[in-house]
Design a protein around this ligand. Sequence first.
Ligand code: 4AD
Ligand code: MG
Length: 502
Amino acid sequence: MATATTIAELAQHVGQTVTLRGWLYNSRSSGKLLFLIVRDGTGLCQCVLEKTDSSADQFAAAKRLGQESSLEVDGVVRADQRSVAGHELAVGNIRIVQDVAGYPITPKAHGTDFLMKHRHLWFRSQRQWAILRIRHTVIDGIRRYFNDRGFILIDTPIFAPAAGEGSQTLFAVDYFGEPVYLAQTGQLYLEATMMAHRKVYCFGPTFRAEKSKTRRHLTEFWMVEPEIAYADIDDVCALAEDFVCELVQRVLRERRAELELLGRDLSKLEAIQKPFHRLTYSQAADILRSDRVRQFLEADLEHAKARVAELTKTIAEKEAERAAPGVKEWKADKLAQEIMDAREELADTEELVHNLPRHMELAAGFQWGGDLGGSDETIIARLHDRPVFVTHYPRGCKAFYMKRNAADPRVVNNLDLLAPEGYGEIIGGSQREDDLNVLLERMKEDGLNEADYDWYLDLRRYGTVPHGGFGLGVERTVAWICGLKHIRETIPYARMMGRIYP
Ligand code: 4AD
Ligand code: MG
């Protein structure tokens, strides 16, 4: 009898007859040999079926099997360094569970829009498989980090009667005739529980009606928010820094194979070490207006223009090669995929060429008082090889609950953490305003209705202490760690403006 096992465990079964249960990822034949690439959720394995007199029928049936047919394969495990998982299976017997024809996602070329519409199937592709495993490990790492350090998990509500992060991005829902909002943050609720438990965190889905279709914005994303008592902005920065280093190291330890599969430059992740750089907002503003940044962006523009020319040429060459007479089908498919990839990169690069002059203008004309835009963050982040904290923003561009700075009341004790390689903000946080009167003043400035926040103000009436915390967005973190251009592949079912299917 063959032992049922998984591809991940093949190493323990070398020389034995085992059964793998999975799906057909791909197959090719060469004369008397049929190579079935089987995936079973834990990995890929090449299963080799030899055509003999006794296996002729099975060979013919297996050869006709369509991609993603479900099947069980019995065979002997052979160690093989050249094969995908270091092992292959010498097939004895195959049982077909379902013979599939016409699986929509073929090894042929597909555009992103098509793939996003087939998200329910796209999960099975190698890259998507790797990304969601890394996401799993990031989430697991988040939970372990806080649980191991005595933080108490608090589940904050998703129905919220008032804004937590400004009224611009609220999703209203009808709550028995009352308008309430989907949570933009759990922070205010978390602050109350921090007063009871000292160190707490919440972790859940977060909703923002972001009307921009950027690479960084989802309307539904996951955020983890720790909150600590008796802490100032330096304590919050120290926590954020330690936390991010631990997360990256965990992924490097536990998901190296998946990162490699994605083609991630591991040295960039290995460089994520303490201490992170720290800039104040005012310093960041000076940098944005500097000659150094102007020259840097001019070089970017030249580089992008050269890349456009290069890609245009490559695409034309590949088109010609594909259209040439006598091209083999596999070669034509390969070229089609390469052309599609080059076209996507070309579109991105053309967009960059179009946007860069505007980004240069924004940076050069940056006015003290305004929030850093996405392109400004990208510039600052790209100048550093480690994450960089930008602190002490003008209070007018930040949320009402942030602590006014004692030395310079124009700014607040807040922090944004920008990930390197141009990824931008992955963490936003602050020390909180613990003075009742200053908080009330600040709420008036923002036109907030005091009555809506009366319970929150109680926290400043009864035993107020210096405290603070931050929020880290899971998807932006996963995009950065995986080295993805767009946030949409980091969450199983992306919700963005104009995208809600499947
Ligand atoms: O900077 P934000 O808005 O901070 C807060 O919500 C605070 N209440 C957190 C706190 O201090 N407890 O959001 C925090 C992080 C961002 O840095 C980003 O990583 C992520 O949440 N984020 C988004 N991710 C994807 N799509 C969006 N639309 C996001 N908006 C914020
Ligand atoms: Mg923010």
